[in-house]
Write a protein that binds this ligand. Sequence first.
Ligand code: ADP
Length: 186
Amino acid sequence: MIVKVKKTAISLVTGDITLQKTDAIVNAANSGLMGGSGVDGAIHRAGGPAILEECKKIVAEQGRLPAGKAVITSGGNLAARYVIHTVGPVWRGGNDNEAEILASAYLESLRLAEKRNLTCISFPSISTGAYGYPLKAAAAVAVAAVVKFAEEEAVSIKEIVFVLFGEVAYSEYARALEKISQQRYF
Ligand code: ADP
C-alpha cells in the first residue's frame, strides 16, 4: 500500500527491516543502545559489530538515550547506509505520555534523516514487541506522526516505508493509513 502525502510516498510492506535498501533503517532500540531482542537484535546481528561500537561511543559521550529521542550510526554490513536508533515508550496503560513519546520517536528519527539529506527511510513498528504497546493504537500514532511530518517538514525525505513483521501488523497499519487518508486531503 502506498499513499502520497505532498512529495513524500508513505508505503507499507511486510518483511525483515534488516534487508531494506533504503538510505536508513530505524532501530527500535533501548536506552542503553547495547542491542537486545526483537528488531534490535536482528539489526545488530545483520549489521555486525561496527554498529555496536558506534552506539557505545554515543552512550559514553551523551549518556543513555531517553525515550522519544534518536541518534544515528553507520549501517555496518547492512544494505542501508545508516541506522537511526530510537527508543519508544514502554506501554504502561496509556496514561504515561506513551502516545507523545511514540510520536516523538518517529519525528526525531525523521528529523535526523533530514539533517543528513536522506531521501528514504524504513521504520519497524516501534514499541509493539517487548515494550507492549497495543498494535492498533501504535499504528494510529505512527501513521499520524509520519503523515504530519510529510505535510509539514519533509524536504529531502521522499519515501517513508513501514516494514511490518507479519500480516497482522500490516493490516493494522493499512487500516490506520486508510483512515487518515480518508480524513484528509493531501
Ligand atoms: P520494542 O522493544 O520497541 O517493542 P521489538 O523489537 O520487541 O521492539 O518489537 C518491535 C516490532 O518489531 C514488533 O512488531 C516486532 O514484531 C518487529 N520486528 C521484530 N524483528 C523484526 C525485523 N527483523 N524486521 C522488522 N520488524 C521486526
